[in-house]
Design a protein around this ligand. Structure first.
Ligand code: PMP
Length: 409
């Protein structure tokens, strides 16, 4: 049996606990700013118009069945997914330096990458530490720890400016032992909404190249952040153009609204060299073995939907339009929240609400203020003061601004 000192009761996942509390709240004014999923202006989940069309195509496809996908997943998806990240004419792709595997969304991609590095990435027989931004998506800590990799953090969020602690980050990267694994959010950093500028990315890439650090990109919001797929992949492309070897965990949960369908990919990109294609082929063969033991074959439905869209020009254009709809609404809500707080004269500065980008904002609200918003105003957010911008809409943004104003005073 498993006594409590061996298997203690684990705490509930804070985010799912928050969701439960929100659901149970009978108040008609309640606002959910916890969940990291897009909502339309009526506060409802949104099935992208392009996803509806792809679903229709799939349903009318007489060839479609429920057979297993290959171990590496749907090739018509993984190839396009790599192009989406690196650009369709990227030399890394034409030189066969990219190994791509379809995964269980972004989480599965981070996990597969972590597992691969735990098994194969050692220097003088010793694992390198994975450096995570402080803060980061909480699951990063668990995923890398579960595969036995040591983890550490690098400074990221500056509490004063509510922007990037660039000096602290650079210092930590410079101090980390050569060859450390550095986890980077490609865009729309979760939970802070703070991204380095293109100029800062260039400095980070140069510093990491000099230190021979290993970049591990997590990209869960491409196209969802700025509305521009190329722009949101800028950080990754910059590193690839520098000729460094890296890996990428890619999620299609947010940008396709395919959350529960678990569509994503993991990519290994080799540095340019005469044996790069051969290295890539060996890596791909080992990824296939890991995948086989973990999930055997990735799920088919979401992969097909994404593949249909990525392989059709007209649907791709519609997807870009859908991305602009989602990112545009979120950017508009950032502007609305900031201007309402400024109109109210709420103490403090609120420029960070519009400086930050993507699904989340780190408001700077304290835990006490967060709890007061929940108990007195039925507004739900995580205790670290992170709000999901997607939970705001034209009907509740003023209510939220007024509530924040009251708890801050
Ligand atoms: N990484 C980050 C930074 C995320 O924010 C998320 C989504 N919350 C993911 C990975 C993975 O999400 P999913 O497994 O749903 O694709």
């Amino acid at each position: 049996s498993f006594p409590p000192d061996v298997v203690p009761q684990a705490p509930e996942d804070p985010l799912f606990g928050l969701m439960r509390a929100y659901k149970a709240d009978p108040s008609p004014n309640k606002v959910d700013l916890g969940i990291g999923a897009y909502r339309d202006d009526n506060g409802k989940p949104w099935v992208l118009s392009v996803v509806r069309k792809a679903d229709e195509i799939l349903r009318n496809d007489p060839e479609a069945n429920h057979e297993y996908l290959p171990i590496a997943g749907l090739a018509s998806l993984t190839g396009k997914a790599a192009e989406l990240l690196l650009g369709p004419s990227a030399p890394a792709i034409s030189e066969k330096r990219v190994a791509s595997v379809q995964t269980i969304s972004g989480t599965g991609a981070v996990h597969l990458g972590a597992l691969f590095l735990a098994k194969f990435y050692k220097i003088d027989g010793v694992h390198r530490t994975v450096y995570l931004s402080n803060p980061t998506w909480a699951n990063h800590h668990q995923i890398f720890t579960n595969v036995g990799l040591p983890i550490a953090t690098y400074p990221y969020f500056d509490k004063e400016t509510k922007g990037l602690d660039f000096e602290g980050m650079k210092r930590a990267l410079a101090d980390a032992p050569a060859g450390s694994i550095i986890l980077l959010h490609a865009c729309a950093h979760n939970p802070t909404g703070v991204d380095p500028s293109p100029e800062q990315w260039r400095e980070i890439a140069a510093l990491m190249k000099e230190k021979k650090h290993f970049p591990f990109f997590d990209t869960a919001y491409q196209g969802f952040a700025s509305g521009d797929l190329d722009r949101d992949a800028g950080s990754i492309r910059l590193f690839v153009e520098q000729g460094v070897e890296l890996v990428i965990a890619q999620s299609f949960a947010k940008n396709f609204g395919l959350y529960g369908e678990r569509a994503g990919c993991f990519h290994f990109v080799a540095a340019p060299s005469s044996d790069a294609a051969e290295i890539t082929s060996r890596v791909a063969s080992q990824l296939a073995i890991l995948q086989r033991s973990e999930i055997s074959n990735p799920p088919i439905y979401g992969a097909r939907i994404a593949s249909i869209v990525l392989n059709d020009q007209a649907l791709f254009a519609e997807w870009q339009e859908n991305l602009r709809t989602m990112s545009g609404r979120i950017i508009a809500m950032r502007q609305a929240l900031r201007s309402k707080l400024e109109e109210l004269g709420t103490p403090g500065k609120w420029n960070h609400i519009t400086d930050q980008i993507g699904m989340f904002s780190f408001t700077g609200l304290t835990e006490a203020q967060v709890l007061k918003l929940r108990s007195d105003f039925h507004i739900y957010m995580t205790k670290n003061g992170r709000i999901s911008m997607a939970g705001l809409n034209t009907r509740n943004v003023e209510y939220v601004a007024k509530a924040i104003d009251k708890v801050v005073r």
